[in-house]
Design a protein around this ligand. Structure first.
Ligand code: BGC
Length: 532
């Protein structure tokens, strides 16, 4: 320790790289385990499509002669989950600040299990819907706070890759759900829906019990003013002696940043602390309101890429073309491409950074979506009327080309916007509003997820707008907006500590952010202040 450090009690990192303690394999193991929460997210949004098509389930809900669920029933069953997750995500921010990140995730798992028990026990609509609402709350807690927790404990060099691991788990969850529903759909008893629904308890148990053994986020303890607990937690997270110089230096940096933020923000009550998320000028990239809007809009744009059109409706869409013999299998291919491509993002996100990833991803998706739409109009096939062999042959090759480009589109999504949006929302908020910022952004994901899920049948349904594959003009245009959005508004956060991200947003615009390098540490600034 320098003489100055002894006098001020602040340990200053020797250089800008040592603002983070070295890590051991345990750190990685902890983060990888936390990413397991993504399985919930994916499985829960994925299983319902399959269950809704099961004969036993349809008869139970809509009567013995029904061939499909009534629209309002289907809409209620699907959307109640998003409503629950939306509310859960919003509440989760407060809980995470009050009781801790870890506790909120464990609580989310417990709430989710209650919801799943209700659904599994249900033999009619009412209990099923109630169960989905409760489970939704739990998924909301977990989906928002896992991101927060992972971003706060992950080492900066691999933070992007680690949070992308969460996206990978979402994709695995979607795949598992599709496979399990496929496996049980022909059962002619309640096992057809009870098995896929009940199985989810396993994910919650693994996550909830596992987290009991993981440490709390040290940044949460700092926010609570519990420095000694923060030191111990950081020691565990980094696999180092809590009294070592490395831990002391990292802790000082987190503390100094928090002190700095506290000085910049007025003391407020509960409502005031929510309003803090919207404080400052919209014109200033470093203001809280800009960061909050950035988080909310990032998740909105992620949903606007149209990805869930593919996951929720591709089976129906492909069925409508009349040119695909097994639409279910085809949509399973999209789910597989999603799973297999996502790991590439672990490398991309740290090699090229978040900004380039989102920019190139949006360009790739736009091109693919326009190609799908253009094939649809130029070949001119009509989903409902196919006349003559030539037309059918044209249709088959056109539909095959469309399927190929949809698969390439999914590849672009899975390697860029899928993980990228989650990575960024964990990084852009200062500690004072981080939990709420992440919660608001996650709630936005669920909100748009719901809106898109809700309106899509109206866009493509033959009795409504009947857009057929021209709906890809819409998704393509929205993806084109994503290009502009990424170029002007997305900052580069690669390789920085969360505290350095704060500093960077203070100093440069998103367009110049990739070239920004930290020159001072927060602990260094605090030290100067104290000795001045
Ligand atoms: C999105 C989900 C989507 C999934 C597909 C996630 O990042 O938020 O809405 O279904 O990716 O992999």
């Amino acid at each position: 320790m320098s003489k100055l450090e002894i006098e001020t009690g602040v340990v200053v990192a020797e250089n800008l790289d040592s603002v983070e303690a070295p890590v051991t394999w345990r750190t990685y193991a902890m983060c990888v385990f936390a990413s397991f929460g993504g399985i919930f997210f994916g499985y829960d949004s994925g299983y319902i499509g399959g269950v809704q098509g099961m004969d036993f389930f349809i008869h139970m809900i809509s009567g013995p002669d029904a061939k499909e669920l009534l629209s309002w029933q289907s809409s209620l069953i699907v959307s109640i989950l998003s409503a629950g997750t939306f509310c859960g995500a919003l509440m989760a921010g407060d809980l995470a600040d009050f009781f801790g990140r870890r506790f909120t995730i464990i609580l989310g798992s417990a709430v989710f299990i209650v919801g799943v028990i209700l659904q599994t026990a249900s033999a009619g609509l009412a209990l099923l819907v109630a169960g989905r609402a409760v489970a939704g709350l739990g998924v909301g807690f977990v989906s928002a706070i896992i991101i927060l927790y992972m971003s706060e404990i992950a080492p900066k060099k691999v933070r992007g890759a680690i949070v992308s691991g969460y996206q990978f788990c979402i994709t695995i969850g979607l795949l598992l759900a599709a496979c399990v529903s496929y496996g049980t759909e022909n059962l002619e008893n309640s096992g057809s829906y009870r098995i896929p629904i009940g199985l989810q308890m396993l994910w919650a148990l693994i996550l909830g019990v596992g987290l009991m053994f993981l440490p709390e986020s040290p940044r949460y303890f700092i926010k609570k003013g519990k420095v000694e607990e923060a030191r111990k937690a950081l020691g565990r997270v980094r696999g180092q002696d809590p009294n070592s110089h490395h831990i002391e230096a990292e802790l000082s940096e987190i503390r100094a940043n928090h002190e700095y933020e506290k000085r910049m923000t007025p003391e407020t009550g509960y409502i005031g602390s929510w309003l803090l998320c919207f404080s400052g000028s919209v014109g200033l990239a470093s203001s809280n309101v800009r960061k909050t809007l950035l988080g909310i809009s990032l998740q909105m744009m992620q949903q606007w890429t149209g990805v869930n059109f593919v996951f929720y409706y591709s089976t129906i869409f492909l069925k409508g073309t009349g040119a695909v013999s097994n639409p279910f299998l085809m949509s399973l291919i999209f789910t597989l491409v999603n799973v297999l491509s996502t790991p590439l993002s672990f490398w991309l996100v740290e090699r090229f950074g978040r900004r380039s990833m989102l920019l190139w991803g949006a360009i790739g998706m736009t091109i693919c979506e326009f190609i799908v739409a253009v094939i649809g109009v130029t070949v001119g096939f009509n989903h409902t009327h196919m006349e003559g062999e030539l037309t059918i042959a044209n249709n088959i090759s056109a539909v095959n080309a469309q399927i190929a480009f949809i698969a390439i589109y999914i590849f672009f999504f899975a390697t860029t916007w899928g993980p990228g949006a989650w990575v960024l929302i964990g990084e852009i908020f200062p500690l004072s509003i981080r939990s709420r910022g992440v919660a608001l952004s996650t709630a936005s994901n669920w909100f748009w997820n719901f809106i898109i899920g809700y309106i899509t049948p109206y866009l493509v349904g033959t009795e409504h707008a009947n857009m057929q594959s021209s709906v890809f003009f819409l998704w393509g245009s929205l993806c084109a907006l994503c290009i502009v959005y990424a170029y002007f508004l997305v900052p580069e956060t690669k390789g920085l500590t969360l505290e350095q991200v704060d500093q960077m947003l203070d100093e440069v615009s998103p367009r110049k952010s990739a070239a920004w390098k930290p020159t001072t540490t927060f602990a260094g600034r605090e030290e100067k202040q104290t000795t001045a």
